[in-house]
Design a protein. Structure first.
Length: 80
C-alpha cells in the first residue's frame, strides 16, 4: 500500500437518523459547508449511500469512527 493512497468515506442511508441530524454531522465532522452537506444528505437519503469525502487512510478512518460514534452507518473504500 502506497502512502499516497486515497480512501472514500461512505455514508449509508438508514431508517433511524433524521435528515437534519445527518446534515449537521456532515458539517461538524466532515467539515462541509451548509450547501454541500445538504446535497450529500439528500443524495444519501435518495440513493442509499454516498461518498462524503476522500482522504488519506488515517483521516478517512478517523472521520468514519466519528460518524459511527454519532450513530450513523459509515465505512471506507479505496478511491479510484
Amino acid at each position: 500500500m502506497s502512502s499516497g493512497e486515497r480512501w472514500r468515506v461512505v455514508l449509508h442511508n438508514d431508517d433511524v437518523n433524521l435528515i437534519p441530524v445527518v446534515h449537521y454531522l456532515l458539517r461538524k465532522i466532515c467539515g462541509h459547508d451548509w450547501e454541500t452537506a445538504r446535497d450529500l444528505t439528500m443524495t444519501v437519503h435518495h440513493t442509499s449511500g454516498a461518498a462524503v469525502g476522500v482522504h488519506d487512510r488515517e483521516t478517512a478512518e478517523a472521520i468514519t469512527v466519528e460518524l459511527l460514534r454519532h450513530g450513523l452507518s459509515a465505512g471506507i473504500r479505496r478511491a479510484g
